[in-house]
Write a protein that binds this ligand. Structure first.
Ligand code: FUB
Length: 306
């Protein structure tokens, strides 16, 4: 993509990740990207895919953080959060998102619960977007309630959005998309959990706003493509608008973040394309431009490898 200009060598930074094309992080496998814009910097958060070459199954113990001022050169920061930072969790640094509120940074992350069967969502907090983060509650904010067809992995893939009035929403889910309001403290649900009706919802919801429209994008089908719906409210109702992209290389999953930064919109996702060892359990984060139509709908993303 033309956004990927030749990167300058910043020799002083010991753990610098540079990019001259997709995937943007080349020295580690990264999955389930989330992005945050704060004070002119983009922070890219991702799960660390650590499965050895040719081994199937996720091996994910920690999340990674990279920052950039230009979407070209990425600086890697010290590991800001690990599963073991949630004392009640067992493993699995699955998808996550960081949001900023009143100068604090809240990291919502899916993990395997240590005592309640299935996945759960934790929230960690820091004074800095690069951490270190610590468990904000000492317990999960969402756990498996064992009522939904005994699906143990349905409480995954949190996305948090704060609207202009300061109301925060937590969306999440696998197979069924759910949402609840968050209290202003960002660490407790506020009111009931709602089910969201979306065609062929698999997982990976991401909620964002652009020019008065709210967008709920998500992974659909399996292997996954990414689709989206629009609404005039962050609570829906949601009108399905179609696909955002096609299958992304040799990864069964895909997972997106959508941000605006310095006047441009970006589609951040993962695929399995980094090299011959890449695949469903060794994924790589990529970035391409995202374009809106005049009516607010989104043009199909052109995935690039440049
Ligand atoms: O990385 C583990 C899981 O794979 C995520 O939670 C899903 O979104 C899928 O990408």
């Amino acid at each position: 993509a033309s956004l990927l200009l030749p990167a300058l060598a910043l020799l002083a930074a010991p753990a610098l990740a540079q990019t001259t094309g997709n995937p943007v992080i080349k020295h580690k496998y990264t999955a389930d990207p989330a992005a945050l814009v704060s004070k002119g910097t983009v922070y890219l958060y991702a799960g660390h895919d650590e499965a050895p070459a040719r081994q199937d199954g996720y091996v994910m113990h920690e999340w990674l953080c990279f920052s950039s001022q230009d979407m070209v050169t990425w600086t890697e920061h010290a590991v800001p959060l690990k599963v073991k930072d949630f004392a009640w969790a067992k493993d699995d640094a699955w998808a996550s998102q960081v949001v900023e509120r009143n100068g604090k940074f809240y990291w919502y992350a899916a993990v395997e619960h240590g005592t309640i069967p299935g996945k759960a969502i934790g929230v960690a907090v820091s004074d800095s977007p690069t951490g270190p983060f610590k468990d904000a509650r000492g317990s999960a904010i969402v756990t498996n309630d064992m009522t939904e067809s005994k699906i143990f992995w349905d409480d995954i893939d949190p996305t948090v959005f704060i609207d202009a009035k300061g109301q925060a929403y937590l969306y999440w889910g696998n197979t069924v998309c759910r949402y609840a309001k968050l209290k202003a403290n960002m660490t407790e649900l506020d009111g009931p959990i709602h089910n969201v009706s979306l065609p062929a919802f698999t997982e990976a919801p991401w909620l964002h706003e652009h020019k008065g429209w709210y967008y709920l994008s998500y992974a659909t089908g399996f292997p996954e493509k990414l689709a989206y719906a629009m609404s005039r409210s962050p609570e829906g109702p949601w009108e399905y608008k179609g696909l955002l992209n096609e299958l992304a290389g040799n990864s069964n999953t895909n997972h997106q973040a959508i941000i605006d930064f310095k006047g441009k919109s970006y589609f951040i996702y993962h695929n399995g394309g980094i090299n011959t060892d890449g695949g469903s359990f060794r994924r790589s984060v990529c970035i391409d431009y995202l374009y809106y139509n005049k009516d607010g709908t989104i043009k199909r993303v052109q995935m690039t490898s440049e």
